[in-house]
Design a protein around this ligand. Structure first.
Ligand SMILES: Nc1ccn([C@@H]2O[C@H](COP(=O)(O)O)[C@@H](O)[C@H]2O)c(=O)n1
Ligand SMILES: C[C@@]1(CO)OP(=O)(O)OP(=O)(O)OC[C@H]1O
Length: 160
């Protein structure tokens, strides 16, 4: 009998000058970038939290503390890979991931396929098992004022 576990993740990062805008492992050309202790990939952080959450393994900050100087600038792809590896060692596979980026700008559409490919590769699944969407907040709130970008994700794990 299969066992299923669902997880949810949410993350927000501030948009500032002189930082890269890396989302879903894709460096997006934009005048502002995301601020964080790591590369601040808001989408991969939400997905990492969803995967860890599904396996009841806490969250990204437990595994990679923001006050740990040795991981300053760490790639979020590496954090997702290590988190997935923990989940895999418990016997789980990722069934699917669905995520949404909330951003007034930049336009995400040209980069969504590459993001899906990056996520699928790290989580050892097919691209069809990953969905990444984007929405504005219709110019409302901190996202609408282009002060920050948020992402939400859900992940279903399966153990056969
Ligand atoms: N940063 C964004 C936001 C949205 N999109 C795409 O535009 C479509 C319309 O967005 P609304 O918020 O106006 O509904 C949406 O379906 C996205 O595909 C985008 O690429 N980048
Ligand atoms: C990724 C970590 C790594 O220290 O830091 P940030 O890049 O600042 O990202 P955030 O989502 O604020 O916190 C989680 C931390 O684990």
């Amino acid at each position: 009998m299969c066992s299923f576990r669902i997880g949810h993740g949410i993350d927000v990062h501030q948009l500032v000058e002189n930082r890269k805008c890396i989302i879903g492992g894709v460096e997006i050309p934009y005048e502002l970038g995301l601020l964080g202790h790591s590369d601040a990939d808001v989408l991969l952080h939400a997905i990492t939290d969803a995967i860890l959450g599904a396996a009841a393994l806490g969250d990204i900050g437990h595994a990679f503390p923001p006050d740990d100087k040795s991981i300053e600038g760490i790639s979020s792809g590496v954090m997702l890979e290590k988190s997935f590896s923990r989940v895999k060692s418990l016997g789980y596979k990722v069934s699917n991931i669905d995520a949404t980026i909330l951003a007034e700008a930049p336009k995400m559409k040209p980069y969504l396929e590459e993001m899906k490919e990056n996520i699928a590769k790290i989580c050892e699944i097919e691209r069809e098992q990953v969905n990444v969407k984007a929405t504005t907040t219709e110019k409302l709130g901190f996202i609408g004022r282009k002060e920050g970008i948020a992402a939400e994700a859900v992940c279903l794990l399966v153990k056969e």
